[in-house]
Ligand binder design. Sequence first.
Ligand SMILES: NC(=O)c1ccc[n+]([C@@H]2O[C@H](COP(=O)([O-])OP(=O)(O)OC[C@H]3O[C@@H](n4cnc5c(N)ncnc54)[C@H](OP(=O)(O)O)[C@@H]3O)[C@@H](O)[C@H]2O)c1
Length: 289
Amino acid sequence: MTNKTWFITGTSSGFGRQLTEQLLARGDRVAATVRNAAAVDSLAAEYGSRLWRAELDVTDTTRIREVVEQAFTDLGHIDIVVSNAGYGLLGAAEELSDDQIDRQIATNLTGSIQLARAVIPHLRAQGGGRIIQLSSMGGQIALPALSLYHATKWGIEGFWESTAGEIAPFGIAVTLVEPGGARTEFAGTSADIAKPMPEYADHAPGLLRRMLAGEVPALPNPGDPAKIAAAIITSADQDEAPKRLTLGSDAYELVTAGLRERLTALEAAKDLAYSTDADDFTEARTNEN
Ligand SMILES: NC(=O)c1ccc[n+]([C@@H]2O[C@H](COP(=O)([O-])OP(=O)(O)OC[C@H]3O[C@@H](n4cnc5c(N)ncnc54)[C@H](OP(=O)(O)O)[C@@H]3O)[C@@H](O)[C@H]2O)c1
């Protein structure tokens, strides 16, 4: 296997950090972006020029374009782009401040969309490549108290469902990664928590806040970030990019149950769906059969 060159956002901790460490250890080159360059000092010391780094806050669209341009100029060819930077916002919809909502969307959704728009021309010009988008099981199912997080992850799933078809003819393949709960900084220092309203204290938002504060037992958090990073790397080594990587027993079970429930409800409403077609369309369809 020949060594590859990767571009990864959010490499200070969690999945981004694990990916960067594992890739450098196996001999690949990594363009690692971080909000604070010092976060990857130790990797720069260990791996020298195989680590290219730049400071990037993905809410800054102009800076995304500058960093992407510089990375392709310096590295020549980038095989795989990982859109990883993101965090969770916790609270009932009416508890969230406007700023919290704007920042969540700017980071997880707009940041990922603008990164895609910045890298696609380069991948197209070089004849192809791979884009790996960190979504979540929360891009397929939704739990109370995480509405804006889900809005960003369902949003990015919709973006890629459409865009993947546009760029496939240019040899660019897309994989959506949908982990379940995993032991990164996601539920720790990275989490943004809304100012509580007393009305929600005894409901899901209050309970989740108490879990994060360690006051009551937390939800199972099975995902091992090192194994998740390894699964992502293995997927990128396959010739055919998987459309989705659902990782973690919780993700598998919740997504399976969620999809089954939706399909069952949809099928139960088939007659209603067909009943709203125009009469001439129904007549033509009946004549065809
Ligand atoms: N862990 C889970 O349970 C889980 C499950 C499903 C999906 N995910 C997704 O996995 C991705 C990575 O999260 P993680 O679990 O590895 O959490 P993490 O340990 O908190 O890592 C998040 C990374 O994103 C960076 N980041 C946050 N906001 C940023 C911004 N505005 N600009 C640039 N970088 C920014 C952080 O950098 P700083 O150090 O500068 O904050 C950090 O490097 C996210 O997209 C998350 O939604 C996580």
